[in-house]
Design a protein around this ligand. Sequence first.
Ligand SMILES: [Zn+2]
Length: 294
Amino acid sequence: MAEGRSCLSQSRTPVRWYRRALFLSLSMVSLLLALACQGPEDPFLEFSEALALEPGQLIVSFNFDDNLASQAEAGPLLAARGMRGTFYVNSGRVGTSGYLTYEQLQQLQAAGHEVGGHTISHPRLTTLSEAEQRHEICDDRAALLKEGLRVTSFAYPFGDEDSRTRQLVIDCGYNSGRESGGLRTPSGCRGCPYAESVPPQDVYAIRTHGSVTRAWSLSYLQNLVLRAEAGGGGWVPLVFHHISPTTCPSSETYCISRSTFIAFLDWLAPRTSRGTVVRTMDNVIGGPLQPPPG
Ligand SMILES: [Zn+2]
C-alpha cells in the first residue's frame, strides 16, 4: 500500500507538469491560430505572388473591358476549362442597362476571376485636368473596393495615357496599367514584339495586340498564340469586348461570336501540356492589395 501511495504520489508531479505543458501548448496554438486568422480578415494584408515564368513559356490572359452584360457567360466558359479572366469595369456603369451588376462581378471574383478598374465613365483621360483624371481613376477604384472587389489592375480607356496619367494610376494604388496595342499582329505593328515580356517592359504600360474585333477569325487568334510561342514565349493579354450569341452584327466592331470564343478556348485549353497557361493579370504581376487612396 505504502509503495502504492508512494508510486501514486510520485506520479502526480509529472501528470500535473504534463497537463500544464499541454495547456500552455494549446494556448500557444490558439494564439498563433488567432494571429494567423487575423490576416485574411484584413484584405489589405493579402499579397499575391508574381508568376515565375519558365524559359520559353507563354502566358495568355483573357481581358474583358467595359463590364458589358454580354461578358457574363465568359466567366463560366473559362472556368469550365480551368481558366480565369480579368474583367476591367467602369464603376459608373455597373448595374445600368446593358452592363454587369455588382452581384455578377462579386460572383465572378468568387469563382476566381479578377475585377480590375477602367475609370468611372470611360473618358479619354489625357483630355482631362489632373483633378478630373484623379477622380476618374482613384474614385473608381475606391468604389469597386467598397463593393468587396480586390482591385489591383487598371486598363486605360482607349489606351489613352501619358506620364501624368501613369503617375495617377500609381498614386491611386494600382499595381499595373494596361495599354491598347504595342504587340505585333499578322497585319500590323511591324517591329513590335509578338509578346509582352514577364515582367513587362513597363508594368504601367502593358502591351497588347489591341482589342479583338469582329474581323478576327479563330485562326487569327490562334496565330497570335502560335507566333508568340514560336517567338520564345512571354505574355499575350487578349482584350475582348462584346460576346455575341450569334454572328457579330456590323454595328459591333469590338465583338467575337460565342462559337468562335468557345472554339478558341477549346483549342487553347490542351496547350497547357506544352507549357502555355492562362492566368489573370494580377496572377502575372503579383503584389499587395493597396489600400484605397486617401
Ligand atoms: Zn474600355
